[in-house]
Ligand binder design. Structure first.
Ligand code: ADP
Length: 465
């Protein structure tokens, strides 16, 4: 049959084949247990006969679900690479907006090619483009899509001896797929590929660093945490951009700094497209810068890792990452002073709003940190950490409640005055930093402390409580 395969290839130029697929599972990082499921798919090829003999049905299609750039295409290629079979691919969005009838015939041609060159993997990217539930689309475009979808269903059903051609499809919207597509025997196996977490990001960075001259002491933890929310495609790009940075400076090794800068560049590319006015960016930046600048005045909070106004990590507002002494935290060994410092920092956005925009222009941007400060102040009072002693049992006594709130309010007021003082002393620093943050969207630790060194005024002020 090898000879027949070769002849078939000569007759027709392959339209869909991706030659030189030599992707292996080791090229795909950060998958955890998902890898086991895909290893099973490989077995459908390598142990197909065994499955058939034992009467175990091989799925007609595997659906990889997940956001763009998490490695769905890469995984499909890795399955083909590991199994040593041919790989044919097409993006379903290409079917849309072409002449009537062409979509269906493209599908037929794709499967014909895959079958002539079996065993093979057929990969259909963005399958939701044709696989959307029928009836959801009206008009002639919808009819065209129906014809294509019907053809796809026919091809999925049409194999005897399953296991020679396996279809892998990718989508970010499994929820809108036509029920006919996900019926048993068709795409009845769904595998979800989420965005990588911290460990996953580190692993992906390392995979892409393999072929690059990378410094031995690179701090992957720092890079991965600054790249929070990013997917494999972005992380791969970060390594490329860092390498370009290195070349430009005529150095021979990629450093942590190259990588951190590359994260910023990657992020700016995404964020500049976001629909936010300069004023809005500035206000967000003031919010975060105020907290970061306040933080560095306090021993437990001064370890600022980075400052960002990027919403990619799932927080609309951005945030300041402070490296904490986690042991102290988890053991509940926070001192009264560090709780007060924490409250002071949480009030920084409100104080900055008042100083920079004036009392009449206060926004609700600080509402969340204000809540944090309030509840911390209450637990300070209830925890017996103030001069007056209230216990939890006082919670249930009405007249004591007022006292507790008053005491908490006093703490909040004192901390508020304190943070206002800090920010007023550091107006130049805040202004310069806001401008830089608006431009870069994220400041690395180095950039942050460089500005603090240049413009900051951090002499310790008197603890007021
Ligand atoms: P998707 O198909 O999910 O949109 P791709 O597979 O096209 O994503 O990913 C694009 C590129 O990003 C890959 O070729 C690879 O370089 C990189 N990439 C994405 N995810 C990973 C991962 N988990 N491990 C290693 N590299 C990855």
């Amino acid at each position: 049959s090898g000879a027949r395969v070769r002849r078939a290839r000569h007759k027709r130029l392959p339209q869909f084949q991706d030659r030189g697929v030599d992707v292996k599972f080791t090229d795909v990082a950060g998958l955890g247990k998902i890898r086991l499921e895909l290893e099973e798919v490989v077995k459908f090829f390598t142990h197909g006969e065994m499955y058939r003999r034992r009467g175990v049905k091989i799925p007609g299609g595997i659906l990889l679900c997940g956001p763009p750039g998490v490695g769905k295409t890469l995984l499909a290629k890795a399955v083909a690479g590991e199994a040593g079979v041919n790989f044919f691919s097409i993006s379903a969005s290409q079917f849309v907006e072409i002449y009537v009838g062409v979509g269906a015939s493209r599908v037929r041609a794709l499967y014909q090619e895959a079958r002539e060159n079996a065993p093979s993997v057929v990969f259909i990217d963005e399958i939701d483009a044709v696989g959307r539930e029928r009836g959801l689309i009206k008009g002639s475009g919808g009819q065209e899509r129906d014809a294509t979808l019907n053809q796809l269903l026919v091809c999925l059903d049409g194999f005897e001896g399953r296991g020679n051609v396996i279809t892998i499809a990718a989508t970010n919207r499994p929820d809108i797929l036509d029920p006919a597509l996900v019926r048993p025997g068709r795409f009845d196996r769904k595998i979800y590929i989420p965005k990588p977490g911290q460990i996953g990001r580190i692993e992906i960075l390392k995979v892409h660093a393999r072929k690059k001259p990378i410094a031995e002491d690179v701090d992957y933890m720092a890079v991965a945490s600054m790249a929070e929310g990013m997917v494999g495609a972005e992380l791969a790009n970060i390594i490329e951009v860092a390498a370009i940075n290195m070349m430009r400076d005529e150095r021979t090794e990629i450093t942590t700094d190259d990588l951190l800068q590359a994260v910023q560049i990657e992020e700016r590319g995404t964020l500049d497209r976001k629909d936010r006015s300069l004023e809005m960016w500035k206000q967000l930046a003031l919010n975060e810068v105020a907290m970061a600048v306040a933080s560095v005045n306090f021993p437990d909070l001064k370890n600022v890792e980075f400052v960002t106004i990027s919403p990619r990590a799932g927080r609309e507002m951005g945030y300041v990452r402070v490296k904490m002494d986690h042991l102290k935290f988890s053991e509940g060994m926070l001192s009264r002073q560090s709780l007060l410092d924490h409250i002071t920092v949480q009030l920084a956005p409100r104080a900055a709003d008042e100083i920079w925009y004036g009392k009449d222009q206060l926004s609700t941007i600080w509402a969340e940190t204000g809540d944090n400060a309030r509840s911390a102040a209450r637990s300070l009072v209830l925890g017996g950490l103030t001069d007056k002693h209230y216990g939890l049992s006082d919670f249930w006594v009405a007249d004591r409640l007022d006292d507790i709130d008053l005491e908490a309010l006093q703490i909040l007021n004192t901390c508020y005055q304190r943070v206002k003082e800090i920010l007023k002393r550091n107006q130049t620093l805040v202004n310069v930093m806001v401008d830089e943050l608006v431009q870069k969207k994220t400041l690395t630790k180095q950039e942050f402390f460089r500005l603090v060194d240049l413009h900051g005024s951090l002499e310790p002020i008197q603890p007021t409580i």
